[in-house]
Structures are given as C-alpha cells and as structure tokens.
Design a protein around this ligand. Structure first.
Ligand code: ADP
Ligand code: 5GP
Length: 198
C-alpha cells in the first residue's frame, strides 16, 4: 500500500517518519528528487536524489514522475521508478507537500492519505526557528504557505496532531498497521487461510 504523509513544513513529517521506519518492518521510504541544495545533515540517495534543474525538467518531459510540485521555490517529485522499486517489498511511504498529495489523490490509485498537523500555529513557528535549517525569510515563506495548507486537512483520510512526538509516532504506526488489516489488502491471505480449512 502507498501511504502518503503530508502537512506543512515543520509539522514533523520527517521526524515522525524516522521513528516509524525504525519501528515497523515492511515499510520503505520513497526518496524524492529535488533541486533544493543539500543540507549538511543530508545524504544524496538517502534523504533525496539531489539533481540540477535541467535534469529535473528533463524527467518531467519524460513523464518520469507520479507527481511533482514547486515547493518554496524548488522542484520536488516522486519518480514512478522509486514507487515501483520500493513497492516490491511492501508498503511505501511518501513524505510530500499538500499539492503533491492532492495530485496523487487525483490519480485514483490505492493509497492512504495522512495529514500531519502541529498543535498550534505559534508552535510551528517555534519549531521551524529551532530547527535552524532555514534563513528567516525562508521560514516566513514556509509559514505563509502553512496558513494555506492547513485549510486542506479535511481532504485527507487521517489526521495526526503532532503535539507529543511519541503519541504522533504511535498514531501514524497505528494507521499503517490498521491499513494492513483491511480486507481489501489481506484478501489473498484470507483466501489461503480459508482454503486450509477445506
Ligand atoms: P517536516 O519534515 O514536516 O518539515 P520536521 O520533522 O523537520 O518537519 O520537524 C520540524 C522541527 O520540529 C524539527 O526540528 C523537529 O525536531 C521538531 N519537532 C518535530 N516534532 C516535534 C514535537 N512533537 N515536539 C517538539 N518538536 C518537534
Ligand atoms: P524540505 O525542503 O523541508 O525537505 O521539504 C519541503 C517540502 O517538500 C516538504 O513539505 C516535503 O514534504 C515536500 N516534498 C518532499 N518531497 C516531495 C515530493 O517528491 N513531492 C512533493 N510534491 N513534495 C515533496
């Protein structure tokens, strides 16, 4: 199953997902392509595939992306290849912005959509400042975008409110585990068990 995790920048998507990837087996992270410069803490191929603008645009022309968007002035996209490769081994998690999540929704493919919310605006501001990764003007831009994005929460299947981190991690893990228990997902396994009773 595809698990699409979205929400404003600073809402805690990457932090929560780091924990989920450690705790749960059978989930793989979809590594996006981006034209954003690499942060010192990031690794090419692990956090993102860092590419030049020209290369990204060539990939767009070749229809290499499931979805892509310009987020805070940079290109970001999920490649079809990434989903196909990672999907072979189980669930695939996408950490993408709200525009991208809506594009995936419009495709009508089987996926679960989770919106991560900070508990209150001023806490989002505090976390973005504290993260210390972005200059003040970039933070202002992200906060402006967040005001727009937060209104979109009602379009998604689940909402995780990231107040206490351990609670938020548990909630996302519960969503993933519950998704795996859906009859539509388990149908083959159910049939096999039923046949063993014949
Ligand atoms: P996103 O990936 O959505 O942009 P991050 O995961 O980078 O957000 O989180 C933004 C900042 O907030 C980081 O510095 C992170 O350590 C911090 N953070 C995330 N969740 C919490 C939380 N529940 N309580 C306090 N700080 C948090
Ligand atoms: P950051 O630059 O902080 O890593 O990410 C900025 C935003 O881009 C985040 O909201 C993140 O979810 C989003 N993002 C990351 N990868 C993708 C992607 O492949 N597609 C889209 N649409 N957004 C992405």
């Amino acid at each position: 199953m595809l698990i699409v995790v979205t929400g404003p920048s600073g809402s805690g998507k990457s932090t929560i997902l780091r924990h989920v990837m450690r705790d749960l087996r059978g989930v793989r992270f979809s590594v996006s392509h981006t034209t954003r410069p690499r942060r010192p803490s990031e690794q090419d191929g692990r956090d993102y595939h860092f590419v030049a603008k020209g290369e990204f645009e060539r990939m767009v022309r070749r229809s290499a992306f499931v979805e892509w968007a310009i987020v805070h002035g940079n290109y970001y996209g999920t490649s079809k290849r990434e989903i196909a490769e990672k999907g072979k081994a189980g669930d695939v998690i996408l950490d993408i912005d709200v525009q991208g999540a809506k594009q995936v929704q419009a495709l009508g493919i089987a996926a679960v959509f989770v919106f991560i919310m900070p508990p209150v605006f001023r806490e989002l501001k505090r976390r973005l400042k504290e993260r210390g990764e972005d200059k003040p003007d970039v933070i202002e831009r992200r906060l402006r975008t967040a005001r727009r994005e937060i209104t979109q929460a009602s379009h998604f299947d689940y909402v995780v409110i990231n107040d206490k981190l351990d609670r938020a991690v548990l909630e996302l893990e519960s969503i993933i585990l519950a998704t795996r228990c859906r009859l539509a997902v388990r149908r083959d396994q159910v049939r096999t068990i039923q046949r063993s009773f014949e």
